[in-house]
Write a protein that binds this ligand. Structure first.
Ligand code: OOG
Ligand code: MG
Length: 263
């Protein structure tokens, strides 16, 4: 740990305010170059405590930077995790005001809902599949609090992995009935295909992303709670959205999920 508790709380307050006020800030490692990964998660957890103290509730957890496409796009080569609160939820098909965000972008994800708690270390894809209640298609809405949506590993961890919104499709399936690795993904914006992929883009299988999350939580002495909703990470690069845009995610066997962006 490189930073004092006071500095961690102060950085959390800055990021939390930037999120609430829809305002971009300089990435925190510019002024705190000594910040390490443990500090970065401590800042994220301090933001979470602040949100919970204001009455928000955790809706689920997310993995990020789990595909080559995302790692390449953001220039960060390591998977990370963050949290989502219930107010981030967007109804499938909803109209989403772009003005609510700083510089929103969207990405296609496979969503898991688990039944029992999962505890690492040593959690693997097969134990995740055995513990999964259902899977669904989801669109994650990202909104980095950093200027120009640019960051490094520790900055983006502290900024709760750019989490801002999510829409989960209402077609749910038993994960064991699908081949999640070969699941085809087509992402459209305004009727044009902007990205295509397959489930295997996410660590070989999106279930492996959930296992990695359980193992990362174990390093902090935590488990994945029973009944968790989990975003496993963008399968393709993220796509910027502006007022007037309509995005539609089509995942094989999981039905479409769409969002419409308005001013
Ligand atoms: C960081 C969050 C990454 C994903 O699915 O890869 C993420 C970012 O790209 O802003 O959620
Ligand atoms: Mg994501």
């Amino acid at each position: 740990m490189a930073l004092t508790v006071d500095v961690i709380e102060q950085l959390a307050a800055e990021l939390d305010a930037a999120h609430q006020e829809r305002r971009e800030i300089v990435k925190i490692t510019e002024n705190q170059p000594a910040l390490d990964e443990k500090d970065a998660y401590d800042i994220q957890y301090a933001i979470r405590r602040r949100r919970l103290a204001r009455g928000h509730r955790v809706a689920g957890l997310k993995m990020g930077l789990t595909s080559r496409a995302k790692m390449k796009q953001m220039g960060v080569e390591k998977p990370i995790f963050g949290f989502m609160t219930e107010d981030f939820a967007l109804a499938p098909g909803a109209e989403v005001p772009v003005g609510r965000y700083i510089h929103p972008s969207v990405e296609p994800e496979i969503v898991f809902v688990t039944r029992p708690a999962l505890r690492g270390p040593g959690c693997h894809a097969a134990s995740v599949l055995a513990a999964t209640d259902f899977v669904a298609a989801g669109i994650e809405l990202l909104d980095s609090r950093y200027r120009d949506f640019k960051f490094d590993l520790n900055s983006v961890i502290a900024d709760n992995t750019s989490a801002a919104g999510f829409a989960v499709g209402d077609c749910v399936r038993d994960a064991r009935e699908l081949d999640l690795a070969t699941l085809g993904v087509v992402f459209e914006k305004n009727g044009e295909i902007v990205a295509v992929g397959a489930g295997a883009a996410v660590l070989g299988n999106p279930a492996a992303s959930v296992a990695m999350l359980a193992n990362m939580l174990a390093e902090r002495g935590e488990e994945l709670p029973a009944g968790s909703m989990l975003l496993t990470g963008g399968i393709t690069e993220a796509i910027a959205v502006a007022p007037g845009d309509h995005v539609c995610l089509r995942v094989q066997n999981l039905g479409p999920v769409s969002l419409r962006f308005v001013p």
